[in-house]
Design a protein around this ligand. Structure first.
Ligand code: FES
Ligand code: FES
Length: 156
């Protein structure tokens, strides 16, 4: 099966119901996407499928076939996505394990909602767990990047 990941076509020889996470990590050695719970509960495995955040642990490769898949390795050319810069500025990671998933969720969110309210940020990020409790720094970094408007989207 062909999978298009970060703009490049990869061949994988796996059953169609294989989780995308295994194809990425074990077959293609793209280990930036992490295995946390394996059950859709933690967000560590978040990638983008056609720009939308998805849990790679719950996505069979048959679903990802023909789609544009983006992983943390492809979020930016040089690790210079505005969120990645803000992550560095705010010294967000502690152990780092959850952070690629956090970044991928945040990146899809601000692409869809460039002027979120604080509550919208909280809601968008609520499915990504961090056992190190880096939540305040994650939020500060996101707020740095977006035009932060309390009260949500406005028409300006
Ligand atoms: S590993 Fe996929 S949601 Fe936890
Ligand atoms: S930085 Fe350690 S789990 Fe989030």
């Amino acid at each position: 099966m062909e999978l298009t990941i970060n703009g490049k076509v990869h061949q994988v020889d796996l059953d169609e119901d294989t989780p995308l996470l295994w194809a990425l990590r074990d077959e293609l050695k793209m280990t930036g996407t992490k295995f946390g719970c394996g059950a859709g509960l933690c967000g560590a495995c978040t990638i983008h499928i056609n720009g939308n955040p998805a849990r790679a642990c719950l996505t069979p490769i048959s679903v990802a076939k023909g789609a544009q898949i983006t992983t943390i390795e492809g979020l930016s050319e040089q690790g210079d996505h505005p969120l990645q810069k803000a992550w560095v500025k705010h010294n967000v990671p502690q152990c780092g394990y959850c952070q690629s998933g956090q970044l991928m969720t945040a990146a899809a969110f601000i692409a869809a909602n460039p002027k979120p309210s604080e509550k919208e940020i909280d809601n968008a990020m609520s499915g990504n767990l961090c056992r190190c409790g880096t939540y305040p720094r994650i939020k500060a970094a996101i707020q740095d990047v977006v035009q932060f408007h309390e009260g949500g989207n406005s028409n300006d």
